[in-house]
Ligand binder design. Structure first.
Ligand code: EPU
Length: 429
């Protein structure tokens, strides 16, 4: 069992280099299932979710090797299967992103139904409706979803909600369909643009990613050539460190970021009183006074990201005044609130909103991370809390943050990982 021990009260100063984006790389790995030659992905973060996706791809028949610490080589030339083991799909929801590529490549895919998770109900109905609109048959029984379509046909699809995963899966499924597919109310996240670029490099004809209408002209085949692709920086990792700097009154420079991807957070932090300067691939945040309360409304991109909502709540719990956070993407992403209250925060959840009354100080406590971003929120709080915070549930952080404690230590945080010493048993002779 591992835990993090954080002693709060140290200003963060210095530089942090941001890793490749988790939510882009996982989808690019899945997208490589459509390639008939080798895909090389660079700037891959060494995080647990990438390891799980490696296992998913291996189980499907892809040969996976690390060329160096951050470069993955994916070779699908031995042939691909249409189903991945249940335990991997259970372990990581993002495994469902193999559905679109497999449907296009093999005409069928069967997966364990992923179901809900700690941040809310997470159905895949929009993915499946999209496949059906393209002419696929969907059978859901015995806890599995089976999708098959010997031939897919282009269609007009309007998403009820701009789901990131559904947009990506439908985009992949439409690449070899006969005719043109239009996805309306599509998700506009930067990760979608990454996939469009990747697929177009393979010979697909997709345009519009980054807007709410994506048009995919079906092509008859993709090009059998190797592809090299470099993953964009992780905007959520960058945002988490901006918030860590903010809560400690720090002065931090982030390297290898795309400041445009962080505009909603930058705007909020400036409104609260932080000084933020951006340049190409760099961002500096300085906070010289107590931040003021601000209201935050979570929305799909380019709105304020749900994946930073728990972390900004930690920061606002020390701000001057009352902030209202409204979550519009997931059903129950406030599971960190009880833990922050344990640290002295004054937060009340009412339906989709959390009302955060700023307190003058937080105090270290023993807390448990209920999920990835909630864990990040507790680390952020611990960095500013008086005394020692002990965080259990570190495995969640390892799913999405590369070398978090080393990066924080390098800018002055007092944070270390501990594990239970192996139990020593006395030999009785
Ligand atoms: N939804 C449906 N039906 C669907 C699909 C989604 O009702 O068929 C609902 C979901 O239940 C949710 C909302 O739509 O309430 C948004 O879900 P979306 O599909 O956009 O999310 P996702 O693709 O499952 C990705 C990220 C999440 C991030 C969300 C929103 C990956 C691997 N995951 O999930 O990242 O929060 O988009 O931006 O890309 C994280 O990194 O911590 C994380 C949870």
């Amino acid at each position: 069992m591992e835990r993090l021990r954080v002693i709060g009260g140290h200003r963060l100063t210095g530089q942090i280099r941001i890793s490749g984006a988790k939510n882009a790389v996982l989808k690019l790995m899945a997208a490589s299932l459509l390639a008939s030659d080798v895909t090389i992905i660079q700037n891959v973060p060494r995080i647990r979710d990438v390891e799980i996706m490696v296992k998913v791809l291996q189980s499907l028949g892809v040969e996976v090797t690390w060329d160096d610490r951050s470069t993955l080589r994916l070779d699908p030339r031995q042939g691909i299967h249409y189903s991945a083991p249940d335990e991997l799909v259970r372990e990581m929801r993002a495994s469902v992103q193999v559905m679109g590529p497999l449907l296009t490549r093999l005409g069928q895919v069967k997966l364990f139904q992923p179901g809900g998770c700690v941040i809310g109900q997470r159905p895949i109905d929009l993915h499946l409706k999209g496949f059906q609109a393209l002419g696929a048959e969907v059978v859901e029984e015995h806890g599995y979803v089976y999708v098959q379509a010997p031939k897919l046909r282009g269609a007009e699809i309007h998403l009820d909600f701009p789901s990131v995963g559904a947009t990506e899966n439908i985009m992949a499924a439409a690449i070899l369909a006969e005719g043109t597919t239009v996805i309306r109310n599509a998700a506009k996240e930067p990760e979608i643009i990454e996939e469009q670029n990747f697929y177009n490099r393979l010979g697909a004809r997709i345009r519009g990613a980054g807007t709410d209408m994506i048009r995919i002209e079906g092509v008859s085949r993709l090009q059998p050539k190797p592809i090299e692709y470099t993953v964009i920086p992780d905007r959520i990792e960058a945002g988490t460190y901006m918030l860590a700097a903010a809560i400690t009154g720090g002065d931090l420079e982030l390297e290898e970021v795309i400041p445009e991807h962080l505009e909603s957070l930058t705007a909020k932090l400036r409104e609260a009183g932080a000084e933020i300067v951006t340049a190409e691939e760099r961002l500096r945040i300085r906070v010289g006074r107590r931040l003021s309360a601000v209201d935050v409304t979570v929305l799909p991109y380019p709105g304020f990201p749900t994946d930073l909502q728990p972390q900004i709540a930690a920061v606002l719990s020390l701000a001057d005044g009352t902030s209202v956070l409204t979550e519009n993407v997931f059903g129950s992403r406030f599971r960190y609130v009880d833990e922050l209250i344990r640290m002295g925060a004054n937060i009340r959840v009412e339906g989709r909103s959390a009302i955060v009354k700023g307190v003058p100080r937080l105090t270290g406590a023993s807390v448990i991370a209920p999920d990835l971003r909630a864990g990040a929120s507790l680390v952020v709080a611990g960095l500013a809390a008086e005394g020692e915070t002990i965080l259990e549930g570190v495995a969640y952080l390892d799913r999405g943050y590369e070398a978090m404690e080393q990066k924080l230590q390098a800018v002055g945080a007092d944070i270390r990982r501990e594990s239970d010493a192996p139990v020593e048993t006395e030999m009785v002779v």
